[in-house]
Design a binder for this molecule. Structure first.
Ligand code: HEC
Ligand code: HEC
Ligand code: HEC
Ligand code: HEC
Length: 124
Protein backbone atom coordinates (compact mmCIF):
# COMPACT_ATOMS: atom_id res chain seq x y z
CA UNK A 1 0.00 0.00 0.00
CA UNK A 2 1.30 3.43 -0.89
CA UNK A 3 1.66 6.08 1.79
CA UNK A 4 -1.00 8.19 0.08
CA UNK A 5 -3.62 5.43 0.23
CA UNK A 6 -2.72 4.61 3.81
CA UNK A 7 -3.17 8.24 4.71
CA UNK A 8 -6.55 8.37 2.97
CA UNK A 9 -7.69 5.24 4.82
CA UNK A 10 -6.64 6.83 8.10
CA UNK A 11 -8.66 9.95 7.34
CA UNK A 12 -11.66 7.81 6.38
CA UNK A 13 -11.38 5.79 9.60
CA UNK A 14 -11.31 9.00 11.63
CA UNK A 15 -14.41 10.30 9.85
CA UNK A 16 -16.25 7.06 10.52
CA UNK A 17 -15.39 7.36 14.20
CA UNK A 18 -16.52 10.96 14.47
CA UNK A 19 -19.74 10.60 12.46
CA UNK A 20 -21.82 8.77 15.09
CA UNK A 21 -20.79 11.37 17.69
CA UNK A 22 -21.90 14.18 15.40
CA UNK A 23 -25.23 12.46 14.82
CA UNK A 24 -25.76 11.83 18.55
CA UNK A 25 -25.20 15.52 19.24
CA UNK A 26 -27.89 16.44 16.72
CA UNK A 27 -30.83 15.79 19.08
CA UNK A 28 -33.24 18.70 18.77
CA UNK A 29 -33.24 20.61 22.11
CA UNK A 30 -36.73 22.01 21.40
CA UNK A 31 -37.73 25.64 22.02
CA UNK A 32 -35.95 27.83 24.63
CA UNK A 33 -39.30 28.72 26.17
CA UNK A 34 -42.65 27.10 25.70
CA UNK A 35 -46.16 27.10 27.08
CA UNK A 36 -47.60 23.87 28.43
CA UNK A 37 -51.27 23.56 27.62
CA UNK A 38 -52.10 19.95 26.88
CA UNK A 39 -55.84 20.29 26.45
CA UNK A 40 -56.20 24.02 25.71
CA UNK A 41 -58.36 24.52 28.82
CA UNK A 42 -58.12 24.29 32.58
CA UNK A 43 -54.79 25.18 34.16
CA UNK A 44 -51.88 25.82 31.83
CA UNK A 45 -48.29 26.96 32.34
CA UNK A 46 -47.79 30.05 30.19
CA UNK A 47 -43.99 30.31 30.36
CA UNK A 48 -41.77 27.33 30.98
CA UNK A 49 -38.06 28.07 30.55
CA UNK A 50 -37.14 24.84 28.80
CA UNK A 51 -33.44 25.56 28.15
CA UNK A 52 -32.91 27.00 31.65
CA UNK A 53 -34.17 23.71 33.05
CA UNK A 54 -31.98 21.70 30.65
CA UNK A 55 -28.92 23.21 32.35
CA UNK A 56 -29.97 21.68 35.66
CA UNK A 57 -30.87 18.14 34.62
CA UNK A 58 -30.77 15.47 31.96
CA UNK A 59 -33.34 15.22 29.18
CA UNK A 60 -34.58 11.83 30.42
CA UNK A 61 -35.35 13.28 33.86
CA UNK A 62 -38.43 14.74 32.16
CA UNK A 63 -38.59 12.95 28.77
CA UNK A 64 -38.45 9.51 30.41
CA UNK A 65 -39.89 7.51 27.52
CA UNK A 66 -37.21 8.47 25.00
CA UNK A 67 -34.95 6.04 23.14
CA UNK A 68 -31.23 6.82 23.40
CA UNK A 69 -30.16 9.40 20.80
CA UNK A 70 -33.72 10.12 19.65
CA UNK A 71 -35.43 13.51 19.80
CA UNK A 72 -37.94 13.54 22.67
CA UNK A 73 -41.65 13.64 21.91
CA UNK A 74 -44.36 15.78 23.44
CA UNK A 75 -45.70 14.35 26.75
CA UNK A 76 -49.27 14.59 25.52
CA UNK A 77 -48.65 12.04 22.75
CA UNK A 78 -48.89 9.41 25.52
CA UNK A 79 -50.38 11.26 28.51
CA UNK A 80 -53.50 12.10 26.51
CA UNK A 81 -56.17 12.79 29.14
CA UNK A 82 -56.18 15.17 32.13
CA UNK A 83 -56.99 12.53 34.73
CA UNK A 84 -57.70 9.19 33.10
CA UNK A 85 -55.11 6.64 32.12
CA UNK A 86 -54.87 6.31 28.33
CA UNK A 87 -56.18 2.96 27.14
CA UNK A 88 -53.89 3.14 24.10
CA UNK A 89 -50.54 3.98 25.72
CA UNK A 90 -51.14 2.97 29.35
CA UNK A 91 -49.86 6.37 30.49
CA UNK A 92 -51.58 8.07 33.45
CA UNK A 93 -53.29 11.46 33.02
CA UNK A 94 -51.06 14.45 32.25
CA UNK A 95 -51.83 16.22 35.52
CA UNK A 96 -50.25 13.35 37.45
CA UNK A 97 -47.38 13.14 34.95
CA UNK A 98 -46.50 16.84 35.10
CA UNK A 99 -46.94 17.22 38.85
CA UNK A 100 -44.94 14.01 39.23
CA UNK A 101 -41.96 15.63 37.49
CA UNK A 102 -42.30 19.42 37.95
CA UNK A 103 -43.93 19.77 41.36
CA UNK A 104 -42.01 16.85 42.83
CA UNK A 105 -38.67 18.56 42.20
CA UNK A 106 -39.90 22.05 43.11
CA UNK A 107 -41.02 20.72 46.51
CA UNK A 108 -37.51 19.49 47.29
CA UNK A 109 -36.18 23.08 47.17
CA UNK A 110 -36.95 23.99 50.79
CA UNK A 111 -34.79 27.12 50.42
CA UNK A 112 -37.17 28.42 47.73
CA UNK A 113 -40.72 27.93 49.11
CA UNK A 114 -42.21 29.98 46.25
CA UNK A 115 -41.36 27.19 43.81
CA UNK A 116 -44.12 24.90 45.09
CA UNK A 117 -46.84 27.57 44.95
CA UNK A 118 -49.54 27.04 42.31
CA UNK A 119 -49.10 30.54 40.92
CA UNK A 120 -45.38 30.07 40.24
CA UNK A 121 -46.33 27.71 37.45
CA UNK A 122 -49.98 28.50 36.73
CA UNK A 123 -49.93 32.30 37.16
CA UNK A 124 -52.48 34.24 39.23
C1 HEC B 1 -43.82 23.19 39.23
C2 HEC B 1 -44.93 23.62 38.42
C3 HEC B 1 -46.33 23.39 38.92
C4 HEC B 1 -46.83 23.72 40.17
C5 HEC B 1 -46.13 24.40 41.34
C6 HEC B 1 -48.25 23.33 40.13
N1 HEC B 1 -48.56 22.78 38.91
FE1 HEC B 1 -50.39 22.19 38.31
N2 HEC B 1 -49.63 21.60 36.51
C7 HEC B 1 -48.33 21.85 36.09
C8 HEC B 1 -48.21 21.47 34.70
C9 HEC B 1 -46.96 21.59 33.84
C10 HEC B 1 -49.48 21.00 34.30
C11 HEC B 1 -49.92 20.52 32.89
C12 HEC B 1 -50.68 21.68 32.25
C13 HEC B 1 -51.21 21.37 30.86
O1 HEC B 1 -50.60 20.59 30.15
O2 HEC B 1 -52.29 21.91 30.49
C14 HEC B 1 -50.34 21.07 35.47
C15 HEC B 1 -51.69 20.70 35.49
C16 HEC B 1 -52.58 20.99 36.50
C17 HEC B 1 -54.01 20.72 36.45
C18 HEC B 1 -54.77 20.04 35.31
C19 HEC B 1 -54.71 20.92 34.11
C20 HEC B 1 -55.99 21.12 33.35
O3 HEC B 1 -55.88 21.35 32.12
O4 HEC B 1 -57.07 21.06 33.96
C21 HEC B 1 -54.55 21.20 37.62
C22 HEC B 1 -56.02 21.20 38.02
C23 HEC B 1 -53.45 21.75 38.40
N3 HEC B 1 -52.27 21.59 37.70
C24 HEC B 1 -53.58 22.34 39.64
C25 HEC B 1 -52.52 22.79 40.43
C26 HEC B 1 -52.67 23.34 41.77
C27 HEC B 1 -54.01 23.52 42.50
C28 HEC B 1 -51.42 23.66 42.22
C29 HEC B 1 -50.99 24.17 43.59
C30 HEC B 1 -51.34 23.32 44.69
C31 HEC B 1 -50.47 23.31 41.14
N4 HEC B 1 -51.19 22.80 40.09
C32 HEC B 1 -49.12 23.53 41.20
C33 HEC B 1 -47.31 22.38 36.85
C34 HEC B 1 -47.41 22.82 38.15
C1 HEC C 1 -37.80 20.00 33.20
C2 HEC C 1 -38.30 19.08 32.20
C3 HEC C 1 -37.65 19.02 30.85
C4 HEC C 1 -36.31 18.80 30.56
C5 HEC C 1 -35.15 18.61 31.52
C6 HEC C 1 -36.22 18.77 29.12
N1 HEC C 1 -37.45 18.98 28.56
FE1 HEC C 1 -37.89 19.00 26.57
N2 HEC C 1 -39.84 19.48 26.99
C7 HEC C 1 -40.36 19.57 28.26
C8 HEC C 1 -41.77 19.91 28.16
C9 HEC C 1 -42.71 20.10 29.31
C10 HEC C 1 -42.07 20.03 26.78
C11 HEC C 1 -43.42 20.35 26.14
C12 HEC C 1 -44.14 19.04 26.04
C13 HEC C 1 -45.52 19.14 25.47
O1 HEC C 1 -45.85 20.14 24.82
O2 HEC C 1 -46.27 18.17 25.66
C14 HEC C 1 -40.82 19.75 26.07
C15 HEC C 1 -40.69 19.73 24.68
C16 HEC C 1 -39.57 19.34 24.01
C17 HEC C 1 -39.47 19.19 22.57
C18 HEC C 1 -40.60 19.46 21.58
C19 HEC C 1 -41.39 18.18 21.43
C20 HEC C 1 -42.58 18.32 20.49
O3 HEC C 1 -42.74 17.45 19.61
O4 HEC C 1 -43.33 19.29 20.63
C21 HEC C 1 -38.21 18.76 22.28
C22 HEC C 1 -37.64 18.46 20.91
C23 HEC C 1 -37.50 18.63 23.55
N3 HEC C 1 -38.37 18.99 24.57
C24 HEC C 1 -36.19 18.22 23.68
C25 HEC C 1 -35.49 18.19 24.89
C26 HEC C 1 -34.07 17.82 25.00
C27 HEC C 1 -33.18 17.39 23.86
C28 HEC C 1 -33.76 17.93 26.33
C29 HEC C 1 -32.39 17.74 26.98
C30 HEC C 1 -31.29 18.51 26.41
C31 HEC C 1 -34.96 18.35 27.04
N4 HEC C 1 -35.98 18.51 26.13
C32 HEC C 1 -35.05 18.55 28.41
C33 HEC C 1 -39.70 19.34 29.44
C34 HEC C 1 -38.35 19.13 29.59
C1 HEC D 1 -43.95 7.39 24.59
C2 HEC D 1 -44.96 7.61 25.59
C3 HEC D 1 -44.67 8.58 26.72
C4 HEC D 1 -44.18 9.87 26.63
C5 HEC D 1 -43.79 10.64 25.38
C6 HEC D 1 -44.13 10.37 28.00
N1 HEC D 1 -44.57 9.41 28.88
FE1 HEC D 1 -44.68 9.58 30.92
N2 HEC D 1 -45.41 7.64 31.06
C7 HEC D 1 -45.68 6.84 29.98
C8 HEC D 1 -46.23 5.57 30.47
C9 HEC D 1 -46.66 4.40 29.60
C10 HEC D 1 -46.26 5.66 31.89
C11 HEC D 1 -46.76 4.60 32.86
C12 HEC D 1 -45.81 3.45 32.98
C13 HEC D 1 -44.54 3.86 33.59
O1 HEC D 1 -44.53 4.25 34.77
O2 HEC D 1 -43.49 3.74 32.91
C14 HEC D 1 -45.73 6.99 32.22
C15 HEC D 1 -45.55 7.44 33.52
C16 HEC D 1 -45.11 8.72 33.86
C17 HEC D 1 -44.96 9.21 35.22
C18 HEC D 1 -45.26 8.42 36.50
C19 HEC D 1 -46.68 8.78 36.90
C20 HEC D 1 -47.20 8.06 38.12
O3 HEC D 1 -47.83 7.01 37.94
O4 HEC D 1 -46.98 8.55 39.22
C21 HEC D 1 -44.54 10.51 35.13
C22 HEC D 1 -44.22 11.43 36.30
C23 HEC D 1 -44.44 10.84 33.71
N3 HEC D 1 -44.78 9.73 32.96
C24 HEC D 1 -44.10 12.08 33.19
C25 HEC D 1 -43.93 12.39 31.83
C26 HEC D 1 -43.57 13.69 31.30
C27 HEC D 1 -43.44 14.96 32.14
C28 HEC D 1 -43.42 13.56 29.95
C29 HEC D 1 -42.97 14.61 28.94
C30 HEC D 1 -41.79 15.40 29.30
C31 HEC D 1 -43.72 12.18 29.62
N4 HEC D 1 -44.04 11.51 30.78
C32 HEC D 1 -43.70 11.63 28.34
C33 HEC D 1 -45.48 7.13 28.65
C34 HEC D 1 -44.93 8.31 28.15
C1 HEC E 1 -35.05 18.74 38.98
C2 HEC E 1 -35.71 19.93 39.45
C3 HEC E 1 -36.74 20.65 38.60
C4 HEC E 1 -37.68 20.12 37.73
C5 HEC E 1 -37.89 18.67 37.36
C6 HEC E 1 -38.46 21.22 37.25
N1 HEC E 1 -38.01 22.39 37.79
FE1 HEC E 1 -38.80 24.26 37.48
N2 HEC E 1 -37.33 25.09 38.56
C7 HEC E 1 -36.38 24.40 39.28
C8 HEC E 1 -35.54 25.34 40.02
C9 HEC E 1 -34.36 25.00 40.93
C10 HEC E 1 -36.04 26.63 39.72
C11 HEC E 1 -35.55 27.98 40.26
C12 HEC E 1 -34.51 28.58 39.40
C13 HEC E 1 -33.96 29.86 40.02
O1 HEC E 1 -34.54 30.40 40.97
O2 HEC E 1 -32.93 30.30 39.53
C14 HEC E 1 -37.19 26.43 38.81
C15 HEC E 1 -37.96 27.47 38.31
C16 HEC E 1 -39.16 27.32 37.66
C17 HEC E 1 -40.11 28.37 37.35
C18 HEC E 1 -40.02 29.86 37.73
C19 HEC E 1 -38.86 30.60 37.24
C20 HEC E 1 -38.46 30.33 35.83
O3 HEC E 1 -37.26 30.06 35.61
O4 HEC E 1 -39.31 30.38 34.93
C21 HEC E 1 -41.15 27.79 36.67
C22 HEC E 1 -42.40 28.49 36.13
C23 HEC E 1 -40.86 26.38 36.56
N3 HEC E 1 -39.65 26.12 37.17
C24 HEC E 1 -41.69 25.46 35.96
C25 HEC E 1 -41.39 24.09 35.85
C26 HEC E 1 -42.21 23.15 35.09
C27 HEC E 1 -43.50 23.49 34.39
C28 HEC E 1 -41.59 21.94 35.19
C29 HEC E 1 -42.00 20.62 34.57
C30 HEC E 1 -42.22 20.61 33.13
C31 HEC E 1 -40.39 22.12 36.01
N4 HEC E 1 -40.31 23.44 36.37
C32 HEC E 1 -39.52 21.10 36.36
C33 HEC E 1 -36.20 23.03 39.32
C34 HEC E 1 -36.95 22.10 38.61
Amino acid sequence: MSMKIRYRLLVLACLLLVLPLALAAAVDPGPAELSIDSNAKGKAVKIFKHHEHQKRMKCVDCHHATEKGKTPRSCVTCHTDVKNRSTKTGAPGFKKAYHGVCLKCHKTHKDKPALRKCKTCHGK
